[in-house]
Ligand binder design. Structure first.
Ligand SMILES: [Zn+2]
Length: 338
């Protein structure tokens, strides 16, 4: 069942026009009516907004019937929506720039005490994309002279926020980092990529000097079909990640082996340590070593360059060197037979 919102403690905000006198005759304006009132959720909270209409107080003025209203109130929300533009922008930013999931966005909004449901977040994301698309022609138009002179190098990238669901494709001009097309596609078929992503860019009418994308076969086919003969380069970041993959996998296997061996050896040592006398001076040192070892085993890597298996190997080397120094100094007999 739908729960009614509690409107008892929602603060009211009144918006008036900026001018206080009639622009025609200079007589003071008087409050004539309430243009509209509605509950609005902005990043600052939930408000009851009143937009007040004002008119010239001189009955004989030719503009006596004109109603002046607040521009700020009109710019607060899109027409017919009860969410502020700031909320649209924030949710869109979280989704597409911070790559947050729906659940994460819901948690972030909850932390701000904003009553927005999951369904409403989805609508906000959809409306945000529509707003973004509406603003794009003006941005592209502003760069017309540049594009006419230098042409465009376009990059195509597909993001799949949730596996198996729709994909968000973004086509950018690589030099200016300007988004040309952003589309949600339900399939990565080549003809769909051609029609929805490449044709609109081609229709802009600028010379396309080259294309950058990952090695995805569908994108390659679409580019060959729509932009025949254009140089198409594989994205270097994608290449590095792909080239590093076998090494990363081998490193992961090394780490798994090392972890399994060390943990098997560490277990009986930990048991012996826990049974030794608490006032044993060697015990404190060895407990520290065991803790350091456990810590080293927990480390994780990031593809393609952060190789945790090699790191683990180096750390174990350092621990071994440190232990042998210790043995030479004080002779930890207890450790030696482990
Ligand atoms: Zn007037």
């Amino acid at each position: 069942m739908r729960k009614a919102k509690d409107n008892a403690n929602v603060p009211a905000l009144y918006y008036r026009p900026l001018i206080t006198t009639c622009p025609r005759c200079g007589a003071p304006l008087y409050r004539r009516c309430i243009m509209w009132r509605k509950y609005v959720i902005t990043l600052q909270g939930r408000w009851r907004i009143f937009s007040l209409g004002y008119s010239c107080s001189r009955a004989k003025c030719t503009q006596a019937n004109v109603i002046h209203r607040s521009l700020d109130a009109e710019q607060l929300t899109p027409k017919g929506s009860s969410f502020g533009f700031d909320l649209f922008a924030q949710v869109g930013w979280w989704r597409f720039w911070d790559h947050r999931t729906l659940d994460e966005i819901a948690t972030l909004l909850q932390a701000k005490h904003l009553p927005v449901s999951r369904r409403q977040i989805l609508n906000l994301i959809g409306d945000f994309l529509a707003l973004l698309r509406a603003a794009q022609p003006a941005k592209i138009e502003a760069q017309r002279a540049y594009f006419q002179r230098h042409g465009m190098i376009i990059s195509i990238d597909g993001m799949e926020p949730e596996q198996g669901n729709e994909m968000l494709f973004v086509v950018r001009e690589a030099h200016l980092s300007l988004t040309l097309v952003g589309e949600t596609l339900y399939s990565r078929r080549a003809d769909l990529i051609s029609r929805r992503l490449l044709e609109p860019v081609k229709a802009l009418g600028f010379r396309i000097r080259g294309v950058i994308s990952d090695a995805d076969q569908n994108i390659r086919r679409a580019v060959t079909a729509t932009l025949p003969g254009r140089p198409h380069q594989a994205c270097q970041v994608h290449c590095l990640c792909a080239a590093g993959k076998p090494i990363f996998e081998a490193d992961r296997a090394l780490k798994t082996d090392l972890r399994r061996d060390i943990r098997a050896k560490l277990r009986p040592i930990s048991r012996t340590l826990s049974q030794s006398a608490p006032d044993d001076s060697q015990r404190t040192v060895l407990v520290d070593y065991a803790e350091a070892l456990r810590d080293v085993l927990r480390a994780d890597g990031v593809s393609p360059f952060d190789l945790s298996g090699l790191q683990l190997y180096n750390e174990l080397d350092r621990l071994e060197a440190s232990l042998s120094r210790c043995q030479k100094k004080g002779g930890i007999h207890f450790w030696r037979h482990c």
